[in-house]
Design a protein around this ligand. Structure first.
Ligand SMILES: Nc1ncnc2c1ncn2[C@@H]1O[C@H](COP(=O)(O)OP(=O)(O)OP(=O)(O)O)[C@@H](O)[C@H]1O
Ligand SMILES: [Mg+2]
Length: 337
């Protein structure tokens, strides 16, 4: 291999390198894969709406289906990938769709081994980031071009998709990948890339990724790059920004001691360690569920607050103030018990 080519191969993120190339590469999501196989056999396709958590194979599945439909030579001509959060507004989308749909459908080369049905596929990724108005406008765009195009809308939150759009599509729900499937996939990557990573470490990567395969593959690649053959559970936690148990425990102790001074000094120590507030609150919430220190009512009340504070942080609120406010509420809840 030429040196440049070698460099390029090394630089390819593994999530792309190991993205399924055909339907048979897609793991788990069996009922969805079998539905896609039926579309492939009958060479028909409704408009599709894929939804579910990140890293579960939504984009991969539609791209794999499209590759199986059109093969490498016709893929570019027949498939348009748009990212709703990149494209500025519905007008850009409308223009791109119009231009793409207007191009006539060229027949496949002779003896071409792929079905190449007589329609094009437009993948609109991250469709839930479109405003309601943009989605209303999209309704018309879908209708105008239905004859020779099929839309596949991909999103995380189906509740953000307006009814008139959802009702035009066949809906498919993706679920987080089961642990054993995720670990098996990581093992396969390790074999292919010559990574030395123990079973305990693979299981740990899987467990902190919560069924998000993109997250676990990226973690594995970062761990390999930084620690080579010395990947340990602690090293993985470090890269993933996981907060050590002792910190969560110290917060629980500060709140249950019902001393505000104690809480403030604990928060100050934690602030200096530089962990993300979202990660701390998320891990605290996980610990809360199993902690004997809190009653069921307290757990319910605090969980309700967790959701609110998570939203504040997502909206860009000040981390320090949010941490203080959140743990003050926990402390108050401990006092009133
Ligand atoms: N079911 C799966 N089978 C095989 N690989 C998968 C699967 N799901 C995810 N992956 C791996 O994870 C990567 C990310 O998957 P993909 O882009 O399809 O996720 P997604 O569901 O579209 O996530 P997002 O909602 O964040 O866009 C892929 O490149 C692939 O390597
Ligand atoms: Mg995607």
């Amino acid at each position: 291999m030429h040196v440049d080519e070698q460099k390029r191969t090394i630089l390819i993120p593994w999530v792309e390198k190991f993205r399924p190339k055909t339907l048979s590469d897609v793991v788990s999501q069996e009922s969805l894969v079998s539905a896609m196989n039926q579309f492939l056999q009958t060479q028909t396709l409704p408009h599709l709406l894929f939804y579910g958590p990140p890293g579960t194979g939504k984009t991969s599945l539609i791209l794999a289906l499209a590759k199986d439909f059109y093969g490498p030579k016709m893929f570019k001509e027949r498939v348009l990938e748009l990212n709703a959060s990149d494209e500025r507004g519905i007008n850009t989308i409308r223009e791109k769709v119009k231009r793409f749909a207007q191009q006539s459908i060229a027949p496949p080369p002779q003896n071409y081994n792929y079905p190449c049905p007589p329609f094009k596929i437009i993948v609109l990724d991250e469709a839930d980031s479109l405003t309601q108005d943009a989605q209303s406008a999209l309704r018309r765009v879908i209708e105008i071009h239905t004859k020779i195009t099929r839309f596949c809308l991909v999103c995380n939150y189906v509740s953000k998709i307006i009814d008139p759009i959802a009702s035009r599509c066949a809906k498919f729900r993706f679920t987080p990948l089961p642990s054993d499937v995720g670990i098996e996939r990581l093992r396969l990557i390790c074999q292919n890339e010559g990574v030395q990573c123990g079973e305990e470490e693979l299981a740990h990567i899987q467990s902190i990724s919560h069924g998000d395969l993109r997250k676990s593959i990226t973690l594995l690649q970062s761990a390999q790059r930084l620690f080579h053959d010395n990947i340990t559970v602690n090293a993985i936690d470090d890269i993933a920004g996981i907060v050590p148990h002792r910190i969560i425990d110290s917060l629980i102790a500060a709140c249950t001691s019902v001393s505000y001074d104690n809480l403030v000094s604990t928060l100050e120590i934690i602030r200096r360690e530089g962990f993300s507030a979202r990660q701390i609150i998320e891990q605290f919430a996980e610990e809360l569920v199993i902690s004997p220190e809190f009653s069921d009512i307290q757990k319910a009340q605090i969980s309700y607050e967790v959701a609110k504070f998570e939203k504040n942080l997502m909206d860009g609120a000040n981390e320090e103030l949010q941490m203080k406010a959140f743990f003050s509420l926990v402390l108050l809840s401990c006092q009133t018990g």
